[in-house]
Ligand binder design. Sequence first.
Ligand SMILES: C[S@@+](CC[C@H](N)C(=O)[O-])C[C@H]1O[C@@H](n2cnc3c(N)ncnc32)[C@H](O)[C@@H]1O
Length: 215
Amino acid sequence: MAANYNNSAWFYDRLSCLIYGRALINAQVYLLQYIPASSKILIIGGGTGWILEEITKIHPAGLNITYIEVAPAMMSISQKRQTGTNKVTFFNNAVENINLQTNFDIVITPFLFDNFKEQTLQKVFEHIHQSLKSKGLWLNADFQLTGKWWQRLLLRSMFLFFRILCGIEASSLPDIEQQFEKYSYENIAGRTFYGDFIISKIYTKMRNDSLNRYA
Ligand SMILES: C[S@@+](CC[C@H](N)C(=O)[O-])C[C@H]1O[C@@H](n2cnc3c(N)ncnc32)[C@H](O)[C@@H]1O
């Protein structure tokens, strides 16, 4: 079941800035330098869509963007963003319900996977994996636990808050890194933010098969 961030759309960005300052923004902006001109891009779970304006600052034209966001209130804010002369196609649906094209140069998943239980992560990951070209780049930002007590506390509070308000299914972080390993992605760059609680990574797709030796 997809999380419903509708209830939080009007305050989501302000709340995230209150808790994390610019860390969530910086973690995503860091990834955008890896987008080549004229790319075909898939963004999933873009929230209020500020990332579209950050991408447009770098590439005001020439991109072909597919933007998927399940919460209607998030989508309606996203659709008002300035996107230059880039072509943006919006889908207000859960990504797993969309028949994705299979020729994206870039996939961006910004704080998407932390919403999911392990089983949903695996299903959604494979679905997205099929959409990326061989040698395409997957830009992912999310939380990670590196053993500090305050990370667990913050994460637990976030899960509780968003479970009550938005009905997210997760109550612990699924193993995101394991999915990239399972599908033989190569990690070519990355950086951490907010201590090392947030991690942004750039992966290259090495194989095009759907797997799966673990199935
Ligand atoms: C934690 S928020 C992050 C929003 C944004 N990326 C940001 O960092 O500000 C996750 C977003 O993913 C969306 N989402 C969750 N599950 C989804 C799914 N299955 N398909 C598409 N969007 C989804 C939610 O509605 C929400 O806007």
